[in-house]
Design a binder for this molecule. Structure first.
Ligand SMILES: Cc1cc2nc3c(=O)[nH]c(=O)nc-3n(C[C@H](O)[C@H](O)[C@H](O)COP(=O)(O)OP(=O)(O)OC[C@H]3O[C@@H](n4cnc5c(N)ncnc54)[C@H](O)[C@@H]3O)c2cc1C
Length: 482
């Protein structure tokens, strides 16, 4: 734990205006956007790689846990701590935009929307666009391996990371990867940091691939269905017809009604809605899509008539979670993700769980990736409701694993999905993969100061062990050691 002496030492090492222990600052960093809360003991704002090195070197020597902070938009508790927060948001320079080698070099604290605004001036973009892109940082997006709306066509952050500069727990700054179109030299350690959730090192700079803005007309379509099965079948048929939308999002009645209230809009509401972006190159793409929508009984097919309407529809999606949260006492956002051909089973399962447990569950999100987010409404002061919400999550997690999906499509593990991660690895990959991850963590962070107690920092349970598996502490019969 941090002592007063530690605070004084950090102030001495870093200089004025970088170490904060006042009530207001600590409160500000006390929760993430998923509602996970822990009050830090101190917040350090880094302005340079050197600052980050100094903090980590000191904390490593003193065994003080450090949690990197981008914008705190995590939904899983990954970013909350009762120890030291290291805020990277002031390291926000875009260092280079290379329009020949197609990459952008930026500091970790650059907000994604700002990055894209700047890239747009050169005719380029960085495609992964979490719905939090108005606030989240590139460092946070890489550390979370974030997905987003355009990922159905362009892939997630992992597909766009070329290299990262990382400050290791020891304080040493290292670059993994190169900003090259091809590079086969050594293990791909840059990718190890994608989805590392601040547990392997602090990302201070990134080199991200960029793409030319497509020379196509973007059409945005809002379709309304009276039966959610029709919307589900549309998703399947879009893929079977080899239509590749640039966005394919699902909303339900609860979501759109909340959005209408939140924004004062008047969007058509049915049992299920799809928001679809299609890039028109030949002029035939929209026609093909509309015929799929009609074939699946869409009651309303609205093609945005102008930029203003298109933007309004996008904002409806981007702020859907905030709109829903505004209508509920508390919500729990789920992130299970299923193979796309199981999307109807998934929607059905959620309907059943909602009825069985008497809970409102709103389904919204990335339908084209099998990653529609159930948002479970519950009253935290009602223990019975809390138990039912927890049971719902447990069954959903089990369902996702059984159908070959994942416990987290994009939000990551944090505190929320530690159990689920173990279950998925045990069922799909073999529990020895968790041992290997824990060994890797030790190589990078031998004193376990980087965001400890989360993610893969799980105690072993006998149910996941075979007779050969050790408890976490014993380390004596680790199967990966054989
Ligand atoms: C309204 C809303 C919509 C969202 N939509 C999406 C979505 O569509 N897709 C999606 O994937 N996620 C989504 N999220 C979740 C979240 O916004 C993303 O995971 C985002 O990438 C987190 O970025 P951040 O900068 O806020 O990171 P933070 O929340 O600050 O941190 C997240 C994790 O990354 C670590 N970290 C942060 N910066 C660094 C760094 N420089 N070096 C090392 N580790 C670091 C933290 O320690 C923590 O473990 C949404 C959240 C909200 C509130």
């Amino acid at each position: 734990m941090l002592t007063e002496q530690d605070i004084r030492s950090l102030q001495a090492v870093l200089g004025e205006g970088k170490v904060f222990v006042d009530h207001e600052t600590l409160e500000k960093y006390s929760s993430d956007m998923g509602g996970f809360c822990r009050k830090p003991s101190a917040v350090v704002k880094a302005f340079s790689v050197e600052d980050v090195s100094k903090v980590l070197r000191y904390c490593n020597q003193r065994r003080i846990p450090v949690t990197a902070w981008g914008a705190g938009s995590s939904l899983t508790g990954a970013v909350v701590t009762d120890n030291l927060i290291l805020d990277l948001s002031n390291m926000d320079r875009i260092l280079k935009i290379d329009t020949v080698n197609y990459y952008v070099h930026a500091e970790a604290g650059v907000v994604l929307d700002r990055l894209n605004k700047e890239l747009e001036r050169y005719g380029f973009f960085f495609p992964p666009d979490p719905a939090s892109s108005f606030i989240c940082t590139v460092g946070g997006a890489v550390a979370e391996g974030a997905g987003g709306l355009r990922c159905v066509k362009y892939g997630t952050v992992k597909d766009w990371v070329l290299a990262v500069k990382v400050v290791l727990a020891s304080g040493e700054a290292v670059v993994f990867g190169e900003p090259l179109a091809k590079n086969r030299a050594g293990y791909n350690l840059a990718q190890l940091f994608v989805g590392s959730e601040g547990t392997l090192g602090v990302i201070v700079e990134v080199w991200l691939k960029i793409a030319p803005l497509p020379d196509a007309r973007l059409r945005r379509i809002y379709a309304v269905f009276d039966d959610w099965r029709d919307a589900g079948n549309t998703i399947i048929e879009i893929r079977q017809k080899r239509i590749v939308p640039r966005m394919l999002e699902f909303f339900d009645r609860v979501g759109v009604e909340a959005a209408n209230k939140f924004h004062g809009t008047n969007l058509h509401v049915g049992e299920a809605m799809l928001l679809i972006d299609i890039e028109e190159f030949t002029g035939k793409e929209l026609e093909k899509l509309v015929s799929v929508l009609k074939h699946n009984n869409a009651r309303v097919i609205r093609v945005a008539e102008n930029e203003e309407e298109a933007e309004m529809l996008l904002q409806t999606r981007a702020s859907m979670y905030l709109a829903i949260r505004a209508t509920a006492k508390t919500v729990l956002v789920e992130d299970v993700c299923v193979p796309i051909d199981r999307i109807l089973d998934y929607l059905e399962k959620v309907k059943q769980l909602s009825q069985k447990h008497g809970l409102t569950i709103s389904m919204n999100g990335h339908a084209g990736d099998g990653n529609i987010h159930p948002v479970i409404f519950y009253d935290p002061e009602n223990p019975d409701e809390v138990a039912r919400a927890e049971k719902t999550v447990e069954v959903l997690v089990q369902f996702a694993i059984e159908v070959g999906g994942t416990v987290t499509g994009e939000h990551g593990v944090g505190l929320q999905k530690m159990d689920g991660l173990v279950k998925q690895l045990a069922a799909h990959n073999g529990i020895q993969t968790l041992y290997l991850m824990q060994k890797l963590k030790k190589v990078f962070d031998p004193n376990n100061i980087l965001n400890p107690g989360k993610y893969i920092d799980v105690p072993w349970k006998s149910s996941e062990s075979t007779s050969e598996h050790p408890t976490q502490d014993s380390g004596s019969s680790d199967p990966t050691a054989r």
